[in-house]
Design a protein around this ligand. Structure first.
Ligand SMILES: [Zn+2]
Length: 399
């Protein structure tokens, strides 16, 4: 009986200083849609001065990596995969730190990270990863595209992002080639240097947010806004590519087009990743438009409705019904089957100051109509008091 032995000879790969790896993109998804490059490596060693590989300023002072940011924590929660950028061996894994930081604290450093040693004495670091998300261990071999972790916001991080940093044995490497980085590109396909402006997301709220709350993309209320529930209407926008000297302008208009309020804001610094918001006191009932312009070009718009506050007293309880029509500014007071009853209406502002008094008589249907339009008062909330037929009724109206 013949036995055949097959010997598989390993192919020997000899790594030299010249055979340095080139990288695939270290994150799954589409650039400009699922993530954005918000900071490159800073090539200017002078304190306070910035220079990225393209001789621009899309970096921050002393930044040693490439920051690839997700649009939101919501997207982070859905799980965005970080992959090995080139073949190599894992030499470091830390994934035990808190991963939802929103404030920059330099001493927190990478927080959680994975390090991969590549042929040619090249090392890549994948920083700020989600807690408990590492899928490789020290000593594991990885190939380009091997999933290693999920994007997080651990360590010195304000938003969910991957900080991708590359070193050789002695020096930091910026993988992006450009007029201010003489070393060649380390990317298989280097993404274009992006200086465009874009809107990632925007929304409306019935309250005043903070930067931290906006980072969570709070949902817009389902119901129309109401002056009783919402003291303000906030428009917020998450954008990228805002430059120093740009001007943001916001317009609030009635659906008829009438301008209600306008505000202009000049940016004194550039940001690749930026939250901006503006709010107004809840306007009168009706349909409204808000439009946001960057450098006088429409960048985002939204519409909303404000519910009128109409006060209704139950006749069976009080024997009086008071309705306010916010568009005609008319108050209808009804006392069933009470003809020719005198009705006295008094209006106060919310500080309690008396605005005016109006008198009327109920008609054949027991209704008295009182126009509030003749009083020259600003829009807002007012207290209404009605006395008729020995009955008294009070309510708040949104004039
Ligand atoms: Zn970074």
């Amino acid at each position: 009986m013949l036995r055949y032995f097959f010997f598989l000879l390993p192919l020997l790969c000899v790594a030299t200083a010249n055979s340095q790896p080139i990288f695939r993109w270290p994150m799954e998804g589409t650039l400009g849609k699922d993530f954005f490059v918000v900071n490159y490596v800073d090539h200017d060693s002078a304190v306070g001065l910035l220079r990225d590989h393209h001789c621009g300023v899309q970096t921050y002072d002393g930044h040693q990596g490439t920051d690839i940011a997700l649009p939101s924590f919501r997207q982070m929660d859905s799980g965005v995969t970080i992959v090995a950028a080139a073949p190599g061996r894992v030499f470091g894994v830390v994934d035990t730190a808190f991963d939802r930081n929103k404030v920059s604290v330099i001493s927190r450093g990478f927080g959680n990270w994975i390090g991969i040693a590549h042929p040619g004495g090249i090392y890549s670091y994948y920083a700020h990863i989600r807690r408990g998300s590492a899928t490789v261990n020290v000593g594991d071999s990885v190939q380009p595209g091997t999933p290693i972790a999920l994007v997080g916001s651990a360590g010195n991080s304000t938003d969910p992002h991957l900080h991708f940093e590359v070193w050789n044995d002695s020096a930091l490497i910026d993988p992006f080639a450009g007029p201010c980085n003489s070393t060649g590109s380390r990317w298989i396909a280097q993404p274009e240097y992006d200086t465009t402006f874009g809107v990632i997301h925007h929304g409306l709220l019935g309250w005043v947010p903070t930067l931290d709350t906006l980072r969570e993309y709070p949902p817009r209320p389902n119901a129309p806004f109401s002056p009783l529930a919402d003291t303000v209407i906030t428009f917020w926008i998450h954008e990228y590519g805002v430059r120093a000297g740009d001007t943001s302008r916001i317009e609030w208009r009635r659906s008829t087009g009438e301008l209600w309020y306008e505000w202009t804001f000049a940016h004194d610094a550039g940001y690749r990743y930026y939250y901006w918001w503006s709010y107004i006191a809840t306007p009168p009932a009706g349909d409204w438009h808000v439009r946001y312009f960057l450098n006088n070009r429409l960048a985002a718009s939204d519409s909303f409705s404000v519910q009128g506050v109409s006060a209704v007293a139950q006749p069976s309880v009080a024997g009086i019904s008071v309705r306010y029509n916010a568009s005609s500014h008319r108050v209808a007071v009804q006392l069933p089957e009470a003809v020719g009853i005198s009705v006295r209406l008094q209006l106060f502002d919310v500080a309690g100051n008396h605005i005016g008094t109006a008198n009327a008589e109920t008609d054949a249907a027991g209704i008295a109509q009182i126009e509030l339009g003749s009083w020259d008062i600003p829009h807002g909330l007012y207290a209404l008091q009605v006395v008729a037929g020995g009955k008294q009724f009070g309510c708040i109206i949104n004039y």
